[in-house]
Design a protein around this ligand. Structure first.
Ligand code: ADP
Ligand code: MG
Length: 226
C-alpha cells in the first residue's frame, strides 16, 4: 500500500471548542490505482489531502506513505518525504509568470538538489506525457487554462512521486477539458504506478476511477454504486 490512513482524526480550533474535520478516517491506496473522493463543500476533502501530504499532522491515527510512518518524522524529514515521494496538485496552478513551461518543471529538481543536467530532458518528457510537446517554451499567459493545469500535473510528477494528491483539478475548466484532464490522470496513474487520490466535484467521470469514496462531515464511506 502506498498510502494508508488508519483511524485518522483531525480537529481545528473553532471558537471555544474544536471542529472535527476528519473523524476516524481509514483509507488504503495501492500503487497504480486512482481513488476519487467526492462530497459536499466543507466535508473534509482538502483536509484529507493535507494530512496525506504530511502538511498537517492528525490529532489521532496513523499516516503511512510509501512505507514510512510519518508520525515519527520531524519537520525536515517530512519536507524531504514530500519532495521525494509525494506530488501535490492544487486547484489553482500557481505557475510562475516569467518562466516557460519547461522551466516551471525544472525548478522542482533545483529545489530537490538533484543534478540539473537531467532536469531539462525530464521536463520535456513529462510535457510530452501530458500532451504539451511543442509548448515547452511558452509562458503561462500564452497557454489556456487546461494547458496550465497540465503543466501543474507534470510539475507534480517531476520527482517521480509514489503518491499523487490532486485537489479539484478540473474546477476551473469546462466539461470537455476537465474530462481530458481526468483521462490524463488515469493514464499517468497506470504508466507511472502512482497511488493517486483525486478530489473532484465532477461525478460524471467516476466510472473510470478504481475506487470512489464519499466524505460527509469528516467521515469517509465507500461509494455504493447506483
Ligand atoms: P472540503 O475540501 O471538503 O471543502 P475542508 O477540508 O476544506 O473541506 O474543510 C473541512 C472543515 O474544516 C470545514 O468545516 C472547514 O471550514 C474547516 N477547516 C478547513 N481548514 C481549516 C483551518 N485551517 N482552520 C479551521 N478550520 C478549517
Ligand atoms: Mg476543498
Amino acid at each position: 500500500m502506498t498510502l494508508t490512513l488508519t483511524d485518522v482524526t483531525l480537529t481545528y480550533p473553532d471558537g471555544d471548542g474544536r471542529l472535527t474535520a476528519l473523524d476516524r478516517v481509514a483509507l488504503d491506496v495501492p500503487a497504480g490505482t486512482l481513488t476519487a473522493v467526492v462530497g459536499p463543500s466543507g466535508s473534509g476533502k482538502s483536509s484529507l489531502l493535507a494530512v496525506a501530504a504530511t502538511l498537517v499532522a492528525p490529532d489521532e491515527g496513523a499516516v503511512v506513505v510509501a512505507g514510512t510512518d510519518t508520525a515519527g518524522l520531524g519537520r525536515a524529514d517530512k519536507a524531504a518525504l514530500r519532495r521525494e515521494r509525494i506530488g501535490i496538485v492544487f486547484q489553482q496552478p500557481n505557475l510562475l509568470p516569467s518562466l516557460t513551461a519547461a522551466e516551471q518543471l525544472q525548478v522542482m529538481t533545483h529545489l530537490s538538489g538533484r543534478p540539473a543536467k537531467a532536469a531539462r530532458s525530464r521536463a520535456l518528457e513529462l510535457l510530452d506525457a501530458v500532451g504539451l510537446a511543442g509548448q515547452a517554451g511558452r509562458r503561462p499567459h500564452q497557454l489556456s487554462g487546461g494547458q496550465r493545469q497540465r503543466i501543474n500535473i507534470a510539475r507534480a510528477l517531476m520527482n517521480d512521486p509514489a503518491l499523487l494528491l490532486v485537489d479539484e483539478p478540473t474546477s476551473a475548466l469546462d466539461h470537455e477539458r476537465g474530462a481530458a484532464v481526468l483521462d490524463l490522470l488515469v493514464t499517468l496513474t497506470r504508466q507511472r504506478s502512482t497511488a493517486t487520490v483525486l478530489v473532484t466535484h465532477d461525478r460524471t467521470h467516476l466510472d473510470r476511477m478504481d475506487h470512489t469514496v464519499t466524505m460527509l462531515d469528516g467521515r469517509l464511506t465507500a461509494e455504493v454504486p447506483a
